[in-house]
Each structure stands twice: as C-alpha cells, then as structure tokens.
Design a protein around this ligand. Structure first.
Ligand code: ADP
Ligand code: MG
Ligand code: ZN
Length: 493
C-alpha cells in the first residue's frame, strides 16, 4: 500500500487507449494487425499503408463498421449510454507521425457516455465512473536516429477507443485495480487483444493532490503512455510524493504532461500547459454523423458474454475458488476461457468440478502466470491448450505425475512438445505407484540405513521424512509420495 503525508488527499483520473481487435484499420482496408500477431508498427517499415492511412491529399476515409460494433460493445459492457447520434471530429496538430495534420477522433459527441466500472481494492468494492468512450485513429511512429528521424505509418489509422474515467480514484492501488478491471472487460468481450507490451492497451494517468477534506481538486499533472499495471501504480506513487513535497515547500503544481521513466522510477516534464496544443476541434467534413439504430444496439447487447465481475463471483460460488484466485483467472478473457474449456473436458473425464478447478487454477495462477510474465506472452499466444491442461489435471488428480512432474510437463506443453501423454513418456515423468517397485526400493533403503530404521521403529518419528527422502532419491524422484509414506509407515507396525 502506498502511503503519503496524511494531511493530503490524492485524486486520480485515467484515460485508457485500447486498440480494437479488428481485421482492418478504422478508415481504410489495410490490416490492423501484423501477421502472426506481431506488432503492426514493428514489421518492415511502411509495408502496411495505403493512400488513405498515409494521408495523401484527395483521399477519403470510410468508417469500418466493426469499429462501431466494438466501441458499442465496450460501452455496453461498461454500463454506458450509447449515443444514437455521434460525430467524428478533427483534432488538429502538427507532428510528423500524423500525416494528415489532424487526427480523426470524437469530441463533443462521443459514442458512449456515463458508465461505471466496479473495482476491488483489498476487501473493498468501489465504483469508478466512466465519463466517455470515444473512437479515434492511432498515429504513426517516429524513429529517432542520430541526426535524422524516420516515420513509420504502419500504425497510422489503427482503430482505438479511449476510455476516460471521472477523477474518482484516490490511491495508486485504486488506479491499478481500475486499469486491470478495464483490461479484463475489453479482453473478455473480445474487442481488444490487451497486449500491454505491444502497446495495444495503454493509459494516461492524471494525478493531483489537495489538502485533506478540501472540496476543490488540486492542479493535475498528466503522466502519458504508461503500458503496465505495475508501472501505473509506481508512476502515480512517485507523482504523489513529488507534488506533496512541492506544495509543502511553498511551490505550486503546474498543469503539464509528464513521462514516467521506469528505470529511474521518476516522472519528467514533457510539456507545460503553455506549450499545450489548441486542437481547434471541428466536425470531420469527410465523414457523415454516425446514426445508430436502437434495435441494432440491443442486438449488440445480446452478444455480450458473461463479464469478468460476474464470472469472478460465479467461480467463487460454483467452483469454490478463493476470491484472489478467481480474480487472477478472470483477469483476462483468455485465462478464463482456458479454465472454462479445461473444465468442460475434465468433466467428460469424470473429474469432480471443484477438484478439477482447484488443480487447474493452481497451474494457471502459478506456473502459467509465471511463464506468461517471463515470456511476455499471453496464454493464447502459447502452444498450451485446454486439452493439455485437462490431461494434466487428470494426470495430477490420479497421481500419475507429481507436482514437480506436472511443472515439467506444463513447460513442455507450453513450448509445443506435443500431447501430455507423449510428454510424460518422453520426459519420464510417470510417478511410480507400483507397490511392488516401491517396496523393493524401501527394502534397499532400510538395508542401507539399518541403524536409523531401528531408531525410527523405537519411536523416533522424525526419521520418517529421512526414509521418504532416501527412497524418493532411489526412484529418481518418481515415487508417488503419498503411497511411499503409507508403505514406510506400514513397516513400522
Ligand atoms: P483533457 O480534455 O484536458 O484531457 P479532461 O477534463 O477531459 O481533460 O480530463 C482528463 C482526465 O483527467 C479525466 O480522466 C479526468 O478524470 C482527469 N482529471 C480531471 N481533473 C483532475 C484532477 N484535478 N485531478 C486528477 N485527475 C483529474
Ligand atoms: Mg487528456
Ligand atoms: Zn491504409
């Protein structure tokens, strides 16, 4: 938990940019995704452009209908009102990565308004209001070399929604929880791939401080483009201490844009309010206003899947998961789907739902989360499937593999080594549950440690662990530990 001078209160509002997972860009037919899920902007410069997204004069934008559908879906999932008449506007500014000299965005008539998102902070629940969600095009990317710069327009015109919260958060943890909740929603409803490393989910954090109990918010600084849940909390934490120190030393917070440097864990001024752009917004003359039909909106509402908050509650009540575990497995659409697909398969194998859920969740929150973080890969991008996980749960619950063996098998499946059955075979992971083989190993260990065995027999219980360990060693770590213990105990009576 972040702490600061208790004389001060903190106010935070987030603006989140989520890249929509459409096939094509927002105003032209260029792919919005690079081949094999690679980042659109990283693959050979400018392969992914056409006269429209490269901003050639005389070209006209044509709105991608899927963008409307996804933006509406996101708005409905966040409890927003959907505007039946919304308008695209030009946001004018000059920057080399913006070929037209303006960004097509929405201004006074965004597609969604007035939503709410529930967040969990520790044991408390809190509702954060969503002010608006609007549709816009992404810009390109400047690449600065030593004495010149390159412009890559692959990402230009890629569809985004910007989700703007009210200034309702009061701590870095609440901001982190809100960012995670929004991420879980957009990935669960399938409108965003949610890959933070690739920048398809990023946020600007607005932070201000004020004397405790004050009714007027302080002046805010905006930290731009944070693309990690952890860093958003750290950046805000740093910003709180900077602003409080400034105010206490008699200074004033100025409204400005800042950047967070994770290596130094500090924020730096990027531009002040005086340098801020006057965007001269006006309605985009090349696009007609968007008119949505009530029935169409209701049809989209019917396509909404179960949302993360509902799923979390159901996993706790139906599957007996802890609130924490349920939170982790519903934190992205792909994790929850993997769990649910796995349980459908384990149920066919006759494994009790709660047992299977517990076993699968252990793997999901443990080894799978670890691999996912380490390789910066979403589970859906790995080779691991629900079939693997169900087979592995079966192997674990029937004591075919030990927990260590399960980890090895999981890693192999993640890397695409084949079926669980073949992996267990190939890596020799089968636990020895064959009583005869174990008895023989126990005999050998007793013969080698006759003295200790006699001591144990005369009441030195502590030696049981020693004998289990020695026999385990003899079997190359493959003995079923439960059975082994049972067999050794039998020798004592
Ligand atoms: P702009 O259009 O300049 O970005 P907005 O008023 O739309 O400004 O607010 C942008 C974001 O800043 C919103 O998420 C809002 O919640 C947040 N915000 C506004 N005022 C404050 C404040 N005093 N402290 C912290 N956040 C704020
Ligand atoms: Mg802003
Ligand atoms: Zn194009």
């Amino acid at each position: 938990m972040a702490t600061w001078d208790p004389e001060f209160e903190v106010v935070i509002g987030l603006e989140i940019h989520a890249q929509l997972a459409t096939e094509t860009k927002i105003f032209c037919g260029c792919p919005a995704k690079a081949p094999e899920g690679k980042n659109v902007s990283e693959v050979d410069s400018n392969w992914n452009t056409c006269p429209v997204c490269a901003g050639h004069p005389g070209t006209l934008p044509k709105l991608n209908a899927r963008v409307l559908e996804y933006a509406t879906k996101a708005g409905l999932a966040m409890g927003c009102q959907i505007r039946e008449n919304s308008v695209f506007s030009r946001k004018n500014y000059f920057y080399p990565d913006l070929p037209k000299g303006y960004q097509i965005s929405q201004f006074d008539k965004p597609i969604c308004e007035n939503g709410t998102i529930e967040i969990d902070v520790g044991k408390d629940k809190k509702t954060v209001r969503v002010q608006r969600i609007h549709m816009e095009e992404d810009a390109g990317k400047n690449l600065h070399m030593d004495d010149f710069s390159l412009v890559n327009l692959n990402r230009a015109c890629v569809p985004l929604i910007e989700i703007v919260s009210e200034p309702d958060m009061r701590s870095p943890e609440e901001a982190g929880a809100y960012m995670r909740a929004v991420h879980a929603i957009v990935t669960t409803i399938g409108v965003c791939d949610g890959n933070l490393q690739e920048g398809n989910f990023r946020c600007d954090a607005n932070v201000s401080v004020m004397p405790k109990g004050s009714k007027t918010f302080g002046t805010r600084a905006e930290i731009k483009n944070v693309n990690s849940f952890r860093f958003v909390e750290k950046a805000i934490e740093y910003e709180i201490s900077r602003q409080i120190a400034l105010v206490k030393s008699g200074g004033k917070v100025v409204q400005e844009t800042r950047l967070y440097d994770s290596a130094q864990n500090k924020t730096f001024s990027m531009r002040s309010k005086e340098e801020a752009h006057d965007y001269r917004y006006f309605p985009e003359p090349d696009l007609i206003p968007v008119k949505l039909d009530k029935n169409w909106i209701e049809k989209i509402r019917e396509t909404l899947p179960e949302l993360p908050a509902q799923k979390r509650a159901r996993f706790v009540s139906e599957l007996g998961l802890s609130a924490y575990d349920a939170g982790v497995v519903t934190s992205t659409g792909s994790l929850a789907k993997l769990l649910e697909d796995t349980l459908a398969l384990t149920s066919k194998k006759g494994i009790d739902a709660k047992t299977a859920a517990k076993s699968a969740t252990n793997l999901l929150t443990g080894e799978i989360s670890r691999l996912s973080k380490e390789e910066e890969k979403d589970v859906s991008e790995s080779k691991l499937t629900a079939v693997h996980l169900a087979d592995l749960v079966h192997a674990i619950t029937s004591s075919l593999v030990s927990s260590t063996g399960a980890k090895t098998a999981l890693l192999a499946a993640w890397n695409g080594e084949g079926t669980i059955e073949s992996i267990i075979e190939k890596h020799g992971l089968k636990q020895v549950s064959d009583t005869g083989a174990l008895e023989a190993a126990i005999d050998a260990v007793i013969a080698e440690n006759a003295g200790q065995f006699a001591e144990m027999k005369s009441g030195k219980d502590k030696l049981l662990g020693f004998f289990v360990g020695q026999t385990m060693k003899k079997t190359g770590g493959k003995a079923n530990p439960g059975l082994l213990q049972e067999l050794i105990k039998k020798r004592l009576s």
